[in-house]
Ligand binder design. Sequence first.
Ligand code: PRX
Length: 640
Amino acid sequence: MSYPYQIKSLEAYQQAYKQSIESPENFWADVASHFHWRRKWDKTLEWNFTEPKVEWFKNAKLNITENCLDRHLKNLANRPAIIWEPNDPEEHHRVLTYKDLHYKVCQFANVLKNNGVKKGDRVCIYMGMIPELAIAVLACARIGAIHSVIFGGFSAQSIADRLQDAQAEYIVTCDGAYRGQKDIPLKNVIDDALIGCRFVKRVIVCTRTRTPVSMLKGRDVWWEDEVKKVETLGMFDCPAEEMDAEDPLFILYTSGSTGKPKGVVHACGGYMVYTNYTFVNVFQYQPGDIHFCTADIGWITGHSYIVYGPLSAGATTLMFEGVPTYPDAGRLWDIVDKFRVNILYTAPTAIRSLMGFGLGPLQGKKLTSLKTLGTVGEPINEEAWHWFDEHVGKGKCPIVDTWWQTETGGILISNMAGITPSKPSWATLPLPGVQPILVDDRGEEITEAVDGEFKGNLCIKAPWPAIIRTTYGDHERCKKNYFSTYPELYFTGDGALKDEQGNYRITGRVDDVLNVSGHRIGTAEVENAINMHAGVVESAVVGYPHDIKGQGIYAFVIYNGGHGDDNLQRQNILQTVTRIIGPIAKPDKIQFVSGLPKTRSGKIMRRILRKIAENEMENIGDTSTLLDPGVVEEIKNGKL
Ligand code: PRX
């Protein structure tokens, strides 16, 4: 497989960028011409950011799995598509070639069909990081069903909310999942979720941990039995469903600043072209390279850079079931050496946590196969960047700092490994086709630099192929969230700096969204969960700088429940948050207070709470407009 659109020099980047802005349609039509389409498009792009409406490759027909699987069978049938490393290093790893993966995807696609799943149906996938997860995702895409993967760390209640929102009638899960020392009983969690979701018709359960599970007659079936059934029926191949370029490929839920998570919808054609293009260019993938992205497929990073980007490029993608610290903090380095990994793509939070173990776990590890390193999910601090560069990359591997979002589908701002320069803690330049703009709070472009830097809210002026199409079932929400803050612009929710060379540094969210260990969590969501606890009167949640997680969650809680000491009450509240959202949303600190700083109209002044949580007591600012300024002193005195 060759990539004629792979950029090979700084000049070529500059030229591609210029061309992509002057003539986006020609630029992307040229890239798209290297894919397999059942029918070519009538028009490359039609768009407006008012409705918003974005259509790429209008009326083109395709199936993304033909691009990820079938088209590689001629020349790459025996190349490893997925290498899977289990949680337990003593267990044998698995390798699935393109031929194997094609076979298994067709097989499971037939299982889905045999269980009544049709084009357009929503299928919820709640599994651990085993090859069957990728197989289930691709099998949905094969038959045109819309997959919605839910990360294994979410609670039954979160799953139920998502199932309701997507009206998903089918679920694929496992008996359990291994993650480090933990054994997560996935099917039991699904059972709890389904108590309130009677519309679910079928749950297909894949065996992994042999955790005891209850199988409900008429609803629950085993993956392995269903596979045998289709084989007995002689259903081996599964022709790919013909999809419109704009048909939804998947829904992925993500947190916003208000209310419940929203279902971000991505479309088949544009998402395919863009994830492939960015994969090949940002990481400078070369045929035969082994690409290891440590994310979970439950997040967008896993969708785009474990599954669709690499497989559409005929690459070898490594899937790891476990965590970087199990059985010890040298696990990632062992995996790199074991499979001679060439590209390692991970999160700053993982790097910071591994730094905490010192250099011991790196001793005796070769890491000579590495060519490119990458980070994603949150700003990387310079210390972590240099540690990664020096001790993992041995000073010879470019680090790509990739900025993007669930809504953007693929990387928007990043250096390209070895092609465009890196700058520690800067995501650097926009990729071809991406037109960032910094605006002030009124939406005016920032045109004046202070000390050589422009500072503002990060927006994008025009669509790239993998931009969000809608929020499932509620287009107004999509419009309101992303396209209304600043007219005619896509608003990212991030703040950024730009230097005079045009490099961007993402400084973090400017809305009420937290980024904890690279996971996006809405403060409103956490507050709603805390407020569900009996005895809690009201709460306010803010982020604060955390050495390893990037941001920690600080909750101020008014409590009048009586009974037990503060620590027990804290534990009870944590338990409630775990039940309602999942362990990833547990506050790091809970401070009990008698009141919250509110304006006379009753609005909580989060700015003040943020300053207190950040220990910036001197910079709290004006408190005279508060209903009860005295409450601020009390909160300051009780700071944890
Ligand atoms: O704040 C930015 C941060 O993560 C947010 C998007 O989160 P999510 O949709 O979960 O997707 C994460 C993986 C793509 C962004 O709004 N973020 C992501 N990458 C970076 C980043 N912040 C700084 N630098 C990055 N490289």
